[in-house]
Unconditional design. Structure first.
Length: 165
């Protein structure tokens, strides 16, 4: 394997997130999610409660709670923000059409999360970008986010739907 390909593979396996915390304190955080975990995250988003609970109990609570946050659960959203995972909340907010969140992702050079948010917000070009850049696992997560977000929007606009949440 040539050096450029090895370097690209390593870059895809580890994503550096720049997070801002209260008090303008900055920290960098290296998060490595194996492909299997990213695909499990996608399945949890798709409604697999067993996998969601496994993520929470096996070292990936942010990914399991992300599912609750995507489903508009405020306590999960608060946990993500207060536990050093503001980037995941920015992903959700940007997917919901919040331009400030999208700009925040862009400002902090979180290109993959930015494209995931756009793809989840029905931008087919962003989804293709993820695929073309060999980020198929992230494209699957974005697609699952899109399905959940669109279903929530459909239910919220349906006058005949009664939510028990």
């Amino acid at each position: 394997m040539n050096d450029a390909l090895a370097e690209r593979k390593q870059a895809l396996q580890a994503i550096w997130f720049i997070l801002s915390f209260p008090g303008n304190r900055w920290s960098s955080m290296k998060i490595v999610y194996p492909t299997k975990v990213v695909l499990a995250w996608a399945e949890a988003i798709n409604g697999n409660k067993v996998i969601r609970d496994w993520l929470i109990g096996n070292g990936y609570p942010e990914l399991g709670l992300f599912v609750y946050a995507l489903h508009l659960k405020q306590d999960a959203r608060d946990w993500l923000m207060n536990s050093g995972h503001a980037h995941l909340m920015a992903l959700i907010h940007a997917a919901e059409g919040n331009r400030s969140a999208l700009l925040w992702l862009k400002k902090h050079d979180l290109d993959v999360l930015e494209k995931m948010a756009l793809a989840a917000d029905n931008d087919d070009e962003a989804l293709l970008w993820l695929m073309r850049n060999d980020l198929k696992d992230m494209a699957i997560v974005a697609q699952r986010m899109r399905e959940v977000k669109n279903e929530i929007e459909r239910r919220n606009s349906d006058l005949h739907f009664i939510s028990w949440d």
